[in-house]
Design a protein around this ligand. Sequence first.
Ligand code: FE2
Ligand code: FE2
Length: 233
Amino acid sequence: MAASREVVNYLGREVTAKLPAPEMVPGLIQLTDRDAAIWQLAKDYLKTRDNDAHCLYAYGIANALLSQIPEAQENIVLPAILIHDIGWSTVDERENLEAIAPDKDGSRAHLIIQHEKEGAKIARRILTEVGLPASDIDEICDIIDGHDSRLQPISLNDSLVKDADKIWRVTPHGRRVVNDWFGLNDEQSLRLCAFRAYNELFTDAGRAMSRVLVSLACIDQTPQLSKTYRPKE
Ligand SMILES: [Fe+2]
Ligand SMILES: [Fe+2]
């Protein structure tokens, strides 16, 4: 037993010294100092359903979109996506789910508007406290106000926020959360989410990301994958 603990991997030797340094690797992200300060003030408002984790994952997706669409502005897109759903804190959690259910009847459409409008108000307070420029705050709050109900984007920055929000649905976290919300199985939730997270996107980069995620989710569900080779212990 003692000998097997010394073997750190199949090779039996340490290889981490040869890994690339983090700064050499494209795409490794974390929250900027500015966005960490925003998060600190916003996170308690996002503890409804899974909106805190949803916003963090969507922030990651928005970062990836920004890397492919340099004309968009990170100082607008990143704060906006990070707190876009902050207004759900003003809506009863059960009513919140009824408002977005696949079989919704429209009777709670006003709650969608409420989470957008109240969210913009809370966002303005937080972004002012963090000290963002007034023009950035105006643009971010305009994006948050209407981010779900407004069907067409008001700017390229808004397009990235909208796409990151929807692409989250086809991430592993998004699909798991949607399963739980509506009692769907993996196949059903993927069908529900993949429809919107492609047909309703506004950027080519977003559509490409969504396709990769949906394809991987489909492979997760193939009967062939469950029978792939596993080395014996
Ligand atoms: Fe929303
Ligand atoms: Fe959202």
